[in-house]
Design a protein around this ligand. Structure first.
Ligand SMILES: Nc1ncnc2c1ncn2[C@@H]1O[C@H](COP(=O)(O)OP(=O)(O)OP(=O)(O)O)[C@@H](O)[C@H]1O
Ligand SMILES: [Mg+2]
Length: 301
């Protein structure tokens, strides 16, 4: 399932002609219409200042649109009673671009926070939190305070905190901006695992390397508008279909000109991606992992 213009009867998030401006400033997002189908995975990209963080804020209900309709979990956010907002927000995990960790709490306590808020006891989650922290390479930093960590370490704490409660939607704003490529891949695997468990995922990133690793739609913001490129597999299927139609047409004795649409500039740009045959995340997830033998199994949260 993919981000798409209104195809899912019950998407987790729906935008219908949404516009957004800050105060009396110009509209920074214009005419956004798309669905996030339940259980889908998509990237959000675009140049700095294009509005990625602003779009994510709309999705995680931290900002309101200036026009248009947004529904989240089937609820129109414009008419949502104030006291219902916290409950909806708890169903969404967010990795903030600037982390937003609580500096006076240990790494362990930061990550446990969503579970404590949900009323769980320490004995119920301590093992899972420790396992998750070990998985993101912070097993020996559980009692550290965030200000004593590097940027990449803080980023991993923020990610662990966002995923620990297995939210229904995960919004991650540049979640690999501060880590090396190897750790970036590892974190991407974590998101893919969460997605397999049913979480709808949106990852804002500048990292095209990361984007190429997953066969997922790419939402691109530019000049306030959103373009959605279907996943590679879908584009390949469509190209094969066009090719088959062209061959059919060629086989017809009366046909003198090739049928089918001319390849557009967009097709040409899209095809560049196809040169990379790797679907490393999918592959990596099938490979046994030397330091995580039960990887791929259910992670109890
Ligand atoms: N709180 C705010 N008040 C006024 N303008 C804002 C505010 N936040 C963002 N903007 C403006 O909105 C536009 C989009 O900003 P946004 O942070 O959404 O971009 P972005 O795509 O996330 O950029 P980056 O890749 O640098 O994180 C920018 O022009 C920015 O200056
Ligand atoms: Mg941003």
């Amino acid at each position: 399932m993919t981000a798409s213009p209104h195809s899912d009867p019950e998407p987790v998030v729906r935008f219908d002609n949404v516009g957004m401006r800050y105060g009396r400033g110009p509209e920074i997002l214009r005419d956004l219409s798309f669905d996030l189908p339940r259980g889908s995975f998509q990237f959000l990209t675009g140049p700095s200042g294009a509005g990625k963080t602003s779009l994510l804020k709309l999705i995680y209900l931290a900002a309101k649109p200036s026009r248009g309709l947004i529904s989240c979990f089937g609820r129109d956010v414009a008419t949502l009673p104030r006291d219902e907002l916290p409950d909806l927000r708890r169903r969404i995990g967010v990795v903030f671009q600037e982390f937003r960790l609580l500096n006076h709490l240990s790494v362990f306590d930061n990550v446990s926070l969503p579970l404590r808020v949900a009323g769980k006891k320490r004995s119920e989650y301590a093992e899972d939190v420790a396992e998750l922290l070990a998985w993101v390479g912070l097993g020996d930093k559980m009692s550290a305070l965030p200000p004593t960590l590097s940027g990449g370490e803080q980023q991993r704490v923020a990610i662990a905190r966002a995923v620990v409660g297995q939210p229904e939607i995960l919004i991650a704003d540049e979640p690999t901006g501060n880590v090396d490529p190897e750790m970036g891949m590892r974190l991407l695997r974590l998101f893919a695992e969460l997605n397999k468990l049913g979480t709808t995922i949106v990852i804002a990133t500048h990292d095209l390397q990361l984007v190429r690793m997953v066969d997922a739609p790419v939402m691109t913001l530019a000049n306030g508008h959103l373009h959605i490129r279907p996943p590679r597999s879908q584009r390949q299927r469509e190209a094969e279909l066009r090719e088959a139609e062209r061959r059919d047409a060629d086989d017809r004795p009366t046909a003198t000109v090739p049928m089918g649409p001319e390849p557009s500039a967009q097709d040409a740009a899209d095809d560049l991606d196809d040169e990379d045959p790797m679907d490393a995340v999918a592959r990596a997830m099938e490979m046994p992992d030397e330091d995580d033998t039960d990887d791929g199994e259910d992670r109890d949260a």
